[in-house]
Write a protein that binds this ligand. Structure first.
Ligand code: HEM
Length: 396
């Protein structure tokens, strides 16, 4: 089915309540194709929602590119400046080279090595919040763990990590917040200034970290190195924090989940995938057509922006039974929370390990997670994220 509408789906106000799921469910069930007039995006864009259509747009052989940008707001006439340089918005040789260079640092083996660090972070935050006052998971737990992991990958020296974790939390904490007089954008700029210094330090004395690995390739410019450190920083923080918060939200609201994980009655890796499907923190990805293509029966010319809405695909009733229900043992679970195709998330093994450690550690030390107020949601289109998730943790 095809629909045309004047609603601007790039308007962040549409996503601050759970009504967003009603809209997505309807569109996915109809396999709708929706046009958003220019507004949030200068030239307008098409949207797809069903699992099938999203996979078709993102699939390995699809005639689409990320090089003009991968978020609403970019298109062929208004391209992302990082296009062709930063992994997530590059294609062909540059993309292949970057995945090959960065991949080993984010691999399953590397992730396993980092799991001790994740466990230490989770233990630290649980020590602070167990049997205490109400804890806002979105601020106190979700952000801390991924920021610490990304610091390790980048090779940030121990003495700078707390400062960088604070800056990272602020840079990705939501557009409305102010911290130390800085907007999130200013905090992000501070991080890039820090990266610049880190690059100089690693040039003088290389290590095994991401900065040194990128510097070891003579074909990459300093700008390329900086942009790809930023890619891992953004990729590692912006989404994972909300998936971790989503895992605690599931413990608080899914009957029997905490008891099942505590008793070892359910496979934790299977629960991790259900957390990813149910929370779907990456809200959309954009592509631009590179030639003539038919999507959902509509012919699109070259240079047309198309947005795939991942949370809609992940609750598509054609693929998932009872899609709104969190089923701890859901199998198969063909969610596309990490995207699909050539740009499938390079940090997925790491994100899965972070989530598994959080689920196991919380289940081990906590007997009850009580939601004290319904969560509130970020006013955002790039991530489907928690603004606040207040809970009370009860220990053994
Ligand atoms: C790419 C989601 C965690 C690094 C992506 C994409 C999605 C995604 C949807 C594809 C973007 C596109 O197709 O345009 C997620 C989710 C995460 C997560 C939901 C957590 C729950 C991480 C972590 C890291 C990371 C922990 C690294 C520390 C990357 C990188 C890419 C990427 C480098 C670019 C891959 C490429 O272009 O080939 N992620 N991500 N992500 N992610 Fe993640």
């Amino acid at each position: 089915m095809q629909t045309t509408t004047a609603v601007d789906l790039g308007n962040p106000d549409l996503y601050t309540t759970l009504d967003r799921h009603d809209r997505w469910r309807e569109y996915a069930a109809e396999d709708a194709m929706v046009w958003s007039e220019p507004g949030s995006s200068p030239g307008g864009f098409w949207s797809v929602f069903s699992h099938r259509a999203c996979a078709a747009v993102l699939g390995p052989s699809a005639p689409f590119t990320s090089e003009y940008g991968m978020m609403i707001g970019f298109d062929r006439d208004h391209p992302d400046n990082s296009g062709g340089q930063m992994m997530v918005v590059s294609e062909q040789d540059q993309h292949r080279k970057l995945r090959k260079l960065v991949g080993p640092l984010l691999s399953r083996a590397a992730a396993r090595k980092l799991s001790e660090r994740v466990r230490a972070e989770v233990t630290g935050v649980l020590d602070r919040v167990l049997d205490g006052d109400v804890c806002d998971v979105a601020a106190a737990i979700g952000p801390r763990i991924p920021a610490a992991v990304v610091c390790e990958i980048l090779g940030v020296p121990a003495e700078d990590q707390d400062m960088l974790i604070d800056l990272t939390n602020h840079a990705f904490g939501g557009e409305d917040e102010l911290f130390d007089g800085m907007t999130p954008r200013q905090a992000h700029t501070e991080i890039l200034v820090y990266f610049d210094e880190l690059i100089s330090a690693r040039r003088a004395s290389p290590g095994e970290d991401l900065v040194s690995t990128l510097l070891s390739d003579d074909e990459l410019s300093i700008d390329d190195v900086l942009l790809n450190c930023d890619n891992v920083l953004i990729g590692g923080n912006e989404t994972t924090r909300h998936a971790i918060t989503g895992a605690v939200h599931a413990f608080a609201t899914v009957p029997g989940l905490l008891a099942q994980v505590r008793a070892g009655d359910v496979d934790v890796d299977t629960v991790v995938d259900e957390v990813l499907r149910w929370s779907s923190p990456a809200m959309h990805v954009l592509r631009v057509t590179t030639g003539e293509v038919a999507i959902n029966g509509r012919d699109l010319g070259p240079g047309t922006p198309v947005v795939a809405w991942l949370p809609a695909a992940n609750r598509d009733p054609a693929v998932f039974d009872d899609p709104d229900t969190f089923r701890p043992g859901r199998k198969p679970n063909r969610h596309i929370a990490f995207g699909h195709g050539m740009h499938h998330c390079l940090g997925s093994a790491l994100a899965r390990i972070e989530l598994a450690v959080v689920l196991r550690e919380v289940a081990e030390r906590v007997s009850r997670v009580e939601l004290t107020k319904e969560p509130s949601w970020l006013r955002a289109v790039v991530v489907q994220g928690y603004r606040e998730l207040p809970v009370r943790f009860t220990g053994h």
